[in-house]
Design a protein around this ligand. Structure first.
Ligand code: NAP
Length: 527
């Protein structure tokens, strides 16, 4: 490999970035054939043991965690070796050593590894999606689109690194010439959630790696089998030993150690507000052994609202609100959990929505006829059930579906009667519970939409152009959607991320994302 990161390699020329094609629908002939085949293939591989991957080697541990199918918890999807503090330290040391060479590899060569990884993921698209159906209870479309998003991250960040990896001529002053370039920050710890187990994991890891930072990746304990797909493709893509390390293990055991380590320069985290704030606080305590101040890229939760104005396309709103609230069981950071309806539209729209919701089928995600599947685990099932009980106290339930007996199911629930003072209007539930709020006018709807600590996604359906324009300025969220659902952001065209308690203002899949993983340098030369 070339070892000069200040010089881009001229030979890598890539076509312009194009988003991968998203799921074609369950009636598409290719999908009809390929998905069941992939599910059958994956079923033959259930129950395997997954080792850690440190310094280019598989590492087994005595401690194993069973990852199960949430639709059938007796079914073990995989047995995942669990890292403790000793393995965490081993992985950090391997990454620290790899930094010495990886940071000097030319940006275009690092980018080439990502493009190769994207190719490998593309070849296994259905298979990787099928694993998510079984480990995470994702519907076919949701699982497929998670993998395509991961491919998009790989392709996009590869191109971004070629752009940013080209040293810039800053012009001259007097006789001096000046140029500007970036160097990697150092060892990166990547801590991922389970709900987009491939896309978010590979997005954060790929950004760090292509920018020259070796990665210690801690997948969520609920999605560590899918997390192992990163090992497969990065190993085959030819990343040198120590550049990517896979470290499954309980956050409660290894999380603080990774965050506190003086070896770490940057932490990329996506998950809950509680864990995110803990990481920010701990990483802010700088010790004497630490060579640099830690940078934290932190994406957290949401309490997203859709506003329905006085006049809007009602059929589109029914379809999109249901999808935003109940797609993947509402377990998306971008999911709609508050529906704020204009007083004058309320009585004609809400009954329509409830009627449509009652038609949605619930059951294992393996069956594409089911609109909703199980939630991720027993703990989520308990927490969401408690919020449903609270909805009954704070408001009035309009719809609560039946659930299968087996598996971690909770009912699809719609409730009304909420105002900003209620907990259901403030706290992230992360499940299929939609709280409806009746606003007296557009101003109040906008006010209520902004009345939480979160600022991730939002949407407004309206035929009033002035109101849409007002929303662009005053509906203060990271990703705002006009006359469409609030979920499904695409890499590059819809950079994703929030602010306030939803994040620190970073945008995954956006043009400044890689900059969080690098330090800029300027060089001035006398003739
Ligand atoms: P979580 O409970 O915060 O866990 C996220 C990750 O943090 C997991 O890998 C977890 O490991 C780890 N962790 C737990 N305790 C830790 C500690 N003390 N130190 C370091 N790491 C620790 O979140 P989740 O349930 O996986 O995901 C759901 C949340 O993520 C929701 O709040 C959702 O809104 C948010 N989310 C946000 C975005 C976004 O882009 N803004 C995207 C997706 C999800 P274990 O699994 O081993 O506990």
């Amino acid at each position: 490999m070339t070892t000069d990161s200040t010089q881009p390699e001229a030979s890598l020329s890539l076509p312009p970035f194009k988003n991968e094609r998203i799921f074609a629908g369950i009636d598409d002939p290719t999908v009809r054939e390929a998905f069941p085949q992939a599910l059958a293939k994956v079923r033959t591989q259930l129950g395997r043991t997954y080792p850690l991957y440190i310094d280019g080697q598989d590492v087994t541990t005595d401690s194993l965690l069973d990852s199960v199918n949430p639709a059938a918890p007796e079914q073990i999807v995989g047995k995942v070796c669990q890292a403790g503090v000793a393995e965490a330290e081993q992985a950090l040391t391997a990454a620290e050593k790899a930094l010495l060479t990886w940071r000097n590899v030319a940006p275009a060569e690092r980018a080439a590894c990502l493009v190769k990884a994207a190719d490998l993921a593309r070849q296994r698209l259905y298979e990787y999606a099928a694993w998510q159906v079984l480990e995470e209870g994702k519907q076919w479309a949701q699982a497929y689109n998670d993998v395509t998003e991961g491919i998009d991250f790989l392709e996009y960040y590869a191109r971004e690194m070629i752009r940013l990896g080209t040293p810039q001529d800053m012009g001259s002053y007097a006789e001096e010439s000046n140029f500007y370039f970036y160097q990697p920050k150092g060892v990166a710890v990547v801590i991922a959630p389970w709900n987009f187990p491939f896309a978010i994991s590979i997005g954060m890891a790929a950004a760090a790696i292509v920018a020259g930072n070796p990665v210690v990746y801690k997948p969520s304990s609920q999605s560590a089998v899918v997390g192992h797909h990163l090992v497969e493709i990065f190993r085959e893509a030819g990343l040198p030993a120590g550049v990517f390390n896979y470290l499954p293990g309980p956050g409660s055991v290894i999380g603080d150690h990774l965050v506190d380590s003086p070896k770490v320069a940057v932490i990329a985290f996506t998950g809950s507000m509680e864990v995110g704030l803990r990481i920010i606080e701990r990483a802010g305590r700088t010790t004497e052994q630490q060579p640099s101040v830690k940078k934290i890229v932190c994406e957290m939760g949401g309490k997203n609202a859709i506003i329905l104005d006085e006049e809007f396309d009602e059929d589109a709103a029914v379809r999109d609100v249901l999808y935003a609230a109940f797609g993947y069981q509402g377990q998306k950071c971008s999911a709609c959990s508050r529906l704020i309806v204009h007083d004058k539209a309320y009585d004609r729209f809400v009954p329509k929505l409830v009627e449509a919701a009652k038609q949605l089928k619930l059951g294992p995600a393996e069956d594409p006829q089911n609109y909703m599947g199980p939630v991720i685990d027993a703990k989520a099932q308990r927490t969401i059930s408690q919020y449903i009980n609270l909805a009954q106290v704070e408001g009035k339930i309009l719809c609560r579906s039946e659930t299968p007996d087996q598996g971690y199911y909770v009912p699809l629930t719609i409730a009304e009667g909420f105002t900003p003072e209620h907990r259901l209007a403030q706290e992230e539930v992360f499940g299929p519970l939609l709280a409806i709020m009746r606003a007296q006018d557009f101003e109040q709807a906008l006010d209520w939409a902004n009345s939480t600590r979160f600022a991730l996604t939002g949407a407004i359906f309206s035929r009033n152009q002035e109101h849409l324009d007002r929303a662009v300025r005053d509906f203060r969220v990271g990703n705002l959607y006009l006359n469409r659902s609030s979920v499904g952001a695409l890499v590059k065209v819809q950079p994703f991320g929030g602010f306030k308690m939803s994040g620190v203002g970073t945008k995954a899949g956006g043009p400044d994302y890689l900059l969080h993983f690098m330090d800029p340098r300027a060089v001035t030369q006398q003739p």
